[in-house]
Design a protein around this ligand. Structure first.
Ligand code: NDP
Length: 484
């Protein structure tokens, strides 16, 4: 499924952020727009417009605009300049009059600063329930740019049917596929992006190991020390599978497992990612561990949290599943995806565990591993080595590529800076293609329906701050993953 890319926006651009009063806008969207502005990556004439229903005075809006910045580190002058190119418009998300008013404001800015012309980027940092209504109103009233782009955030739907319904509604409203940018910010993560080079710029050394003859298991894990405090409203509706596994973890899996694309052209890469997904059967209900955290005396359990209204909620805050890729390269290798909140450490980690050689002279050594630490920005091999003592013995130290030390003063772009820049450049390759999304949902929908149905058991319990449910370790062991 090929999607044409739009061209780069080189000038005169209005970036309208819907949900400007919200969490994502403050934590990610505005700081990333500032980062791009500061480094000269926004088109030369750009205006940022925050839009929401809240009654925000100029000062309140500026607090939102800069609330996510580390003011100790930023240049005050740059922050002031950024404020000057930003403004706030208050309005509803479902009334044509509000969008007509927005259009008047946008046109005023374009007339004043851009000789009447403008490109438009509409960034929906609002709950998914608002996407289709906003897309409809925007197309009807504000599709007036030389170029128009609509940016939406995961989760894209709740299962196969609702995702399709949402995307059909958006394109029925008139938006073209190439104008819709579905953000999964893991695609913009520096370390996730570097998997391509790690494999294919070291083809004989590293990619040649990526297959069923050498690899025994792959683990992709995202652990967060924080629970759902205060965000239970959102989380209880979606749960850990829709929040992480179905989208972020699957992006990492496809980068790891795809075959070598014909070229670096965007559709060649995305075609290979989709082929991997097409080789995966839906997850079996009995091949998953679903967990929910309880209090530990200090921190509240999920159900004790004030923001979780349903005190009998079965929403999982921990999820672990196994995917099997049924193709020549990977058949028989379990890909274990694990994600949990309120866990003992913050980590985003990929572990590729290797088989032992037959007839090894050292048969009782731990398996070799290639580990990618995405948060710590490290890649290392765990290799067996002689202990440097008189009597030897085997130890398993790490051969490390530490990006922070190697690239002194590392200034890698933040994931959201990267993806927003890709929207401005019109590079669809950095976004989730519709067939990719459909395949992701196909794999997860049966498990979601089952676990949310009446017949399924409650999620197993684990304590806030622990290493997750004990069932998780048993699950990994059964799949042949060696915890060392
Ligand atoms: P919020 O809940 O903070 O909502 C953003 C804004 O939308 C609010 O300030 C509010 O603005 C408006 N809003 C909230 N609820 C409703 C509602 N029921 N009906 C209409 N408007 C509403 O969301 P986030 O900022 O956390 O997330 C926005 C999007 O980004 C979501 O799709 C989320 O899944 C996604 N996302 C969020 C991440 C995060 O870290 N927060 C990370 C990755 C993705 P007002 O009332 O002023 O109009």
């Amino acid at each position: 499924m090929s999607v044409k890319s739009q061209g780069e926006l080189k000038d005169k651009t209005l970036v309208v952020v819907f949900g400007a009063s919200g969490d994502l806008a403050r934590k990610m969207t505005f700081p990333s727009l500032f980062g791009l502005f500061k480094d000269g990556f926004l088109p030369p004439k750009t205006h940022i417009v925050g839009y929401a229903r809240s009654d925000l005075e100029r000062k309140d809006f500026e607090d939102r605009l800069t609330g996510g910045l580390d003011m100790e580190k930023e240049s005050k002058d740059k922050v002031e300049e950024f404020k000057k190119i930003s403004s706030y418009v208050k309005g509803a998300y479902d009334e044509d009059d509000a969008f007509k008013n927005l259009e008047k404001e946008l046109q005023k800015m374009a007339d004043k600063d851009f000789d009447g012309e403008s490109n438009r980027v509409y960034y929906l940092a609002v709950p998914p329930s608002q996407f289709t209504s906003l897309a409809d109103k925007l197309h009807k009233n504000n599709y007036k740019g030389t170029s128009n782009r609509l940016v939406i955030e995961k989760p894209f739907g709740k299962d196969s049917d609702s995702a399709k319904e949402m995307m059909d509604a958006i394109t029925k409203d008139g938006w073209k596929q190439e104008e819709v940018y579905r953000i999964d910010h893991f695609i913009g993560d520096e370390m996730a992006r570097s998997i391509m080079q790690l494999r294919f710029a070291n083809e004989l050394l590293i990619d040649s190991l990526f297959n069923k003859d050498k690899v025994s298991a792959v683990l992709i894990e995202l652990k967060e020390t924080f629970g759902c405090e205060g965000r239970g409203g959102y989380f209880d509706e979606f749960g850990i599978i829709r929040d992480v596994l179905q989208n972020h973890s699957m992006q990492l899996l496809t980068f790891l497992a795809m075959d070598k694309p014909e070229s670096l052209e965007e559709d060649h890469i995305r075609d290979e990612k989709v082929k991997v997904l097409q080789s995966i059967k839906p997850i079996k209900n009995d091949e998953a561990v679903m967990g929910q955290y309880t209090g530990n005396g200090d921190k509240p359990g999920y159900l004790d949290d004030e923001s979780v209204e349903n005190k009998e909620s079965k929403t999982a805050t921990f999820g672990e599943v196994v995917l099997r890729i049924d193709n020549d390269r990977w058949s028989g290798v379990p890909f274990i995806l694990k994600a949990g909140k309120a866990i003992e450490e913050d980590a985003l980690r990929i572990v590729i565990q290797f088989k032992q050689a037959e007839n090894s002279l050292y048969p009782s050594t731990d398996p070799n591993e290639l580990v990618i630490e995405l948060y710590e920005k490290k890649v290392y091999f765990k290799v067996n080595s002689k202990k440097p003592t008189m009597d030897g013995g085997i130890v398993r130290p790490e051969m490390v590529l530490d990006y922070e030390t190697k690239f002194d003063g590392l200034d890698a772009p933040q994931p959201y800076e990267f993806v927003i820049r890709e929207v401005l450049k019109g590079n669809q390759k950095s976004f989730v293609r519709q067939d990719e999304l459909e395949e992701e949902w196909r794999i997860f929908t049966p498990l979601l329906h089952y676990s949310e149905g009446k017949e399924s058991a409650r999620p197993v319990e684990y304590k806030y701050g622990s290493n997750g449910p004990k069932e998780s370790q048993e699950f990994e062991k059964k799949l042949g993953f060696v915890v060392t």
